[in-house]
Design a protein around this ligand. Structure first.
Ligand SMILES: Nc1ncnc2c1ncn2[C@@H]1O[C@H](COP(=O)(O)OP(=O)(O)O)[C@@H](O)[C@H]1O
Ligand SMILES: [Mg+2]
Length: 261
């Protein structure tokens, strides 16, 4: 913890999902989900395509309302659920959603400028510091279209971090990336908790990512939570559903090995 002084209260928030269910047009997409995430934890929700991962993440972002149950962000100990507006939540979308007409620098500076969070020099310093943490120092003046897919993902993460979020939500951060870029993103997500006091929830169908970055990993299938465990615990699990998901067989006809969002 370099910049989180001991005297400061924790910024990272706990998350609690209680008995959450969601249907679309009578089809049950999330079934009675309950889980707790500790402040500062990297918590991965993994599972095959169509499991309900993105829908669950949208509930945490406050973009969906549950049919039953609740998603509580922050202040769990006080027994009071903070509203989404009061906790700074940043979402790293699957496609990155960068402003393509702006330089990388301007993409990062956009939010702090818009919200007048600091003076020009401070914003500039912060942008460069954040780019440095994400190994993007040389890319400040480039446009997103001039960067590789992996670099664009890192810019998207940098742009989320500059908002000083208390909760960082990632949807498939390694999708569309080659294995080396994916490993690089995994490393970046892992190192962020050393630099920022933030809780991270990562949704992914990528087993390698889940097992390498997660403090704990939840397996979601068909809208139901199968298990929550540490990566070591999952690897040692005798549950055939866990073994089946983790086994490295490649079967492109099986929808669980396809990523379509
Ligand atoms: N807005 C929506 N309206 C209707 N069905 C939806 C909606 N969003 C997601 N779904 C359905 O919910 C299921 C889970 O979707 P999703 O959370 O995107 O899966 P994934 O685990 O791949 O992220 C899928 O069957 C999907 O078609
Ligand atoms: Mg998804």
């Amino acid at each position: 913890m370099s910049n989180a002084a001991e005297s400061k209260p924790r910024r990272a928030v706990p998350v609690e999902i209680r008995d959450l269910s969601k249907q679309y047009g009578g089809v049950s997409v999330l079934k009675d989900i309950s889980l707790s995430v500790e402040p500062g934890e990297v918590f991965v929700i993994m599972g095959p395509s169509g499991a309900g991962k993105s829908v669950l993440l949208r509930h945490l972002a406050g973009l969906e309302k549950p049919d039953a149950g609740e998603a509580l962000i922050g202040a769990r100990d006080a027994g009071v659920a903070e509203t989404h507006e009061r906790v700074r939540t940043a979402l790293v979308f699957q496609a990155g959603a960068l402003f393509n007409s702006m330089s990388v620098f301007d993409n990062l500076a956009f939010y702090p400028r818009e919200h007048r969070l600091a003076d020009k020099a401070t914003i500039r310093e912060k942008v460069y510091r954040t780019l440095e943490i994400l190994n993007l120092e040389g890319s400040a003046d480039k446009h997103p279209s001039e960067l590789s897919g992996g670099m664009r993902k890192r810019v998207a993460i940098a742009r989320a971090l500059i908002m000083e979020p208390q909760l960082l939500l990632y949807d498939e951060p390694t999708s569309e990336l080659d294995p080396i870029s994916a490993a690089n993103i995994a490393e970046v997500i892992g190192t962020l908790k050393e630099e920022f006091d933030v809780t991270s929830i990562v949704v992914s169908h990528d087993r390698d990512l889940a097992l390498s970055i997660g403090d704990r990993v939840a397996l979601l299938e068909g809208g139901s939570l199968i298990t929550i465990d540490t990566p070591e615990g999952l690897k040692a699990s005798t549950d055939p559903r866990v073994q089946d998901f983790l086994s490295p067989k490649i079967d492109t006809a099986n929808p669980r090995f396809r990523d379509n969002g």
